[in-house]
Design a binder for this molecule. Structure first.
Ligand code: UDP
Ligand code: MG
Length: 322
C-alpha cells in the first residue's frame, strides 16, 4: 500500500506568502502521488499559529477549494515549535509519514521526492540539511552557524544545518508522543527518539514574501532553550569553573597569610576590589544559569498543554453538512 503523506506547515501571519506557496505544496503532493510514491489520500496540513492577519481565512478558503488542503488553528500564538508539534500530533494517527516545512518557500520542496524515496528505502526519519547558505546575509549565516557550533559545544546533539524541514514516519511520532516536555526543541528531540535516519541536502532560498519571525533575539532564546532542555553541560561547566576558582583562591589565601605573617602586608585595595568584582560576577552568571534550569523545572511541573487546537477546517464542513 502507498504511504499516506501529510505535509505539516506552521503559519504565523503569512497572508503574503500563503496564497503563493499553498498551491506549490499541493502541486508537489499531486506530483508525488502521480508518480505512485504516495497515496492520493495525502494532505497538506496547515497549522495556523494564532495569526492576527488573514492567514486562517486563506487556509479555510484553500480547504474549500480542494479537499487535499486541511488546516487546524491554535487558540493563540504559541510559537513555531509548538505549532509544528500540534500539526505532527494531529497528523500521526491519520497518515504514515509527515514532512514538516516552513510556509515561506525558503525550503526547497523538491527535496521531498528524495525524502519520500529514503522512507521507501527503510528510513523512518529524514533530515533536510541546508547545502549552502549563499542567499542568507553574512550576519544571518554567521549567527546561524555559531548557533549550531555553540549547541554542540554545550552538549546538545543536533544535526548540523538542519532546521525543521524533515520527514518523520507516524511510527516514530507515536513514540515521540511519549516525550512529554513542554520545553520544546524539536530538532534536538527527534534524534533522541532514534530509529533509522538519513539526511537529504537542499538549497535554501530567500523568503518569497513577508518577513522573518526569527530575529537575533529569538534565535538566542531558541539556543538557550535548546541547550537547557537537552543538556546539563552548563551546570557542569559552572562546577568545573567553581573548582578552578577555589583552587586559585587557595593559593591566594596562602600567599595572603604568608605576606601577613612576614609583616609586610599593604592595604591592597585594588587587588581586593578586583577579586570581589570578578567573583561576584561569576556567581551571578552561575546563578542565572542555574535559574534557567529551575525555571525549566517550574514550567515542566505545571504540565500545561503544549498546544490547544481551537478549530479544524473539517469541523466546519461537518457543521455545515448538518
Ligand atoms: N511561525 C509560527 N509561529 C511563530 C513564528 C513563526 O508558526 O510564532 C512559522 C512561520 O509562519 C514560518 C516558520 O514558522 O512558516 C518559520 O518562521 P520564519 O520563516 O519567520 O523563520 P526563519 O525562516 O526566518 O528562521
Ligand atoms: Mg523562513
Amino acid at each position: 500500500m502507498l504511504p499516506k503523506l501529510y505535509i505539516v506547515i506552521p503559519c504565523y501571519n503569512e497572508q503574503e506568502v500563503l496564497p503563493i506557496t499553498g498551491p506549490m505544496f499541493l502541486e508537489k503532493l499531486n506530483s508525488l502521488s502521480a508518480k505512485g510514491k504516495i497515496s492520493p489520500e495525502s494532505r497538506v496540513l496547515f497549522v495556523n499559529d494564532g495569526s492576527v492577519d488573514r492567514t486562517w481565512e486563506i487556509i479555510t478558503e484553500l480547504s474549500q477549494k480542494d479537499e487535499h488542503y486541511i488546516g487546524i488553528s491554535q487558540s493563540r500564538n504559541r510559537g513555531h515549535q509548538n505549532a509544528v508539534l500540534a500539526g505532527l500530533m494531529e497528523a500521526k494517527d491519520n497518515c504514515d509519514i509527515t514532512i514538516s516545512i516552513d510556509c515561506d518557500g525558503q525550503d526547497d520542496i523538491n527535496a521531498m521526492d528524495e525524502m519520500v524515496e529514503a522512507y521507501l528505502d527503510g528510513c523512518e526519519v529524514v533530515y533536510g540539511v541546508r547545502a549552502s547558505r549563499e542567499t542568507d546575509s553574512f550576519f544571518k549565516r554567521f549567527t546561524a552557524q555559531s548557533f549550531y557550533k555553540f549547541l554542540s559545544a554545550m552538549g546538545a546533539e543536533v544535526v548540523y544545518n538542519h532546521a525543521d524541514y524533515r520527514l518523520i514516519s507516524s511510527k516514530v511520532l507515536k513514540e515521540f508522543a511519549n516525550f512529554k516536555e513542554v520545553n520544546l526543541f524539536l530538532r534536538g528531540l527527534v534524534p533522541l527518539v532514534g530509529f533509522k535516519s538519513t539526511t537529504v541536502s537542499y538549497d535554501r532560498a530567500e523568503r518569497i514574501a513577508g518577513k522573518s519571525h526569527y530575529p537575533l533575539k529569538k534565535m538566542i532564546a531558541l539556543a538557550v532553550d535548546g541547550i537547557t532542555s537537552l543538556s546539563v553541560k552548563p551546570l557542569r561547566l559552572i562546577t568545573g569553573f567553581g573548582i578552578i576558582v577555589a583552587l586559585v583562591s587557595f593559593v591566594g589565601v596562602i600567599w595572603a597569610l604568608v605576606t601577613a605573617l612576614r609583616g609586610n602586608s599593604v592595604p591592597g585595595w585594588a587587588s581586593m576590589t578586583c577579586i570581589v568584582c570578578f567573583v561576584s560576577g561569576v556567581q551571578l552568571i552561575s546563578l542565572g544559569i542555574i535559574g534557567e534550569y529551575v525555571g525549566k523545572i517550574y514550567m515542566e511541573t505545571k504540565g500545561r498543554p503544549r498546544y490547544i487546537i481551537s478549530q479544524r477546517t473539517w469541523d466546519k464542513q461537518e457543521k455545515e453538512d448538518k
